[in-house]
Design a protein around this ligand. Structure first.
Ligand SMILES: [Cu+2]
Length: 346
């Protein structure tokens, strides 16, 4: 009799327990216990209007193992940490997403949402402070690593908010291939600098020049005297193309698609869905829409240094977010390289 009871209870437990566990697991509520010594950090991911990341600041110690438990409060979000190559994690609505995480080296990082969740999506950012266990986190995670060099626009003293109309600009898309087909050598100052310690031999000098200035420089040079305006523009496109690599363009394209296209549009025309509200002046908009990178009359008047500065620092009272805490120096240059593809045909 007794044994039968026990057997029945076991059978019942299995019959009821297993589906219940499966249901809980599907809902993301059941998962293995944290390993000993593992710390659990609970976060809620909500659109910025509903509070954004809660809490907004997370502290951890370098070397410790942390289990993140992120509850998706409303719509789908993504969790990523700027200046690290830790892959982004998708946070599904109504679920708890768990993952184990080893903090990056001590410093202050920005964690951010990677999914377009609301018109205020880009404001969905929080702070991750990693200490070495002895002192408070100071500085930026990335800048504490490398020698803190001010960005190029600051070194050059550029006003990145000033309008930069182009004195010269092409009327149709210049082509690097047509430029190459002319078979003329580029002048040294428009050729990529291949200094031994320069990153991938990328043309540092061209970063300070606008295409408009480069055009004027070629026009004034008797060596190119016989060329038409559109041929000169093809040479400018060639100089710009030679100052980057296919790998950097691909890297820039991926960054653009993930972070910029929502406002600036897939084709760079400034017509992305996220930019629509910005165009309207008033409480929701700021009166200024996202820049149109295909508008040669302004695009050709700016330099890579100006554009990188705008990306790092963001706009002043405009809807242009700042990306300094999220994208590394290398990533910002890669996306600037990619922006030129809206002006030039590579
Ligand atoms: Cu978001």
């Amino acid at each position: 009799m007794r044994q039968e009871h026990i057997a029945l209870i076991i059978v019942l437990l299995i019959l009821i327990g297993l589906p219940a566990m499966a249901l809980l697991a599907r809902a993301g509520l059941f998962s293995p216990q944290p390993a000993p010594g593992e710390r659990v950090i609970e976060l809620t991911a909500a659109a910025p209007e509903s509070g954004g990341w809660q809490p907004e600041t997370v502290r951890m110690t370098a070397g410790e193992q942390v289990r993140f438990r992120i509850r998706g409060a409303d719509v789908t979000h993504g969790f990523a940490i700027g200046h690290t190559d830790i892959p982004s994690v998708t946070i599904e609505p109504g679920k708890v997403t768990e993952f184990v995480f080893t903090p990056p080296q001590p410093g202050r990082y920005t964690f951010y949402c990677t999914v377009w969740c609301s018109p205020n999506h880009w404001r969905m950012r929080g702070t991750l402070e990693v200490t070495d266990g002895t002192q408070a986190a100071t500085g930026n995670g990335a800048s504490s690593r490398a020698t803190p060099v001010p960005p190029l626009y600051q070194q050059l003293g550029l006003d990145i908010d000033a309008p930069h109309p182009a004195a010269h600009f092409p009327t149709s898309k210049p082509s690097a291939a047509r430029g190459a087909a002319l078979g003329l050598p580029l002048p040294a100052d428009l050729s990529p600098v291949s200094s031994p310690d320069g990153e991938d031999g990328i043309g540092e000098g061209l970063r300070q020049l606008s295409p408009s200035t480069a055009f004027a420089r070629l026009r004034a040079d008797p060596a190119y005297g016989g060329l038409s305006d559109s041929q000169l523009w093809d040479l400018v496109a060639l100089a710009w193309r030679e100052s980057t690599t296919s790998a950097r363009l691909a890297q820039g394209q991926a960054i653009y698609a993930a972070n910029c296209a929502a406002c600036h549009g897939q084709t760079g025309r400034g017509d992305g869905p996220g930019g629509r509200a910005l165009r309207v002046a008033g409480p929701t908009g700021m009166g200024k829409g996202p820049a149109n990178f295909t508008d040669a009359s302004t695009m050709a008047g700016g330099s890579a240094a100006i554009y990188q500065g705008k990306i790092l620092r963001g706009g002043m009272g405009t809807g242009m977010p700042y990306w300094g805490p999220i994208l590394t120096d290398d990533q910002t240059w890669a996306v600037v390289d990619y922006l030129w593809t809206f002006l030039f045909d590579y």
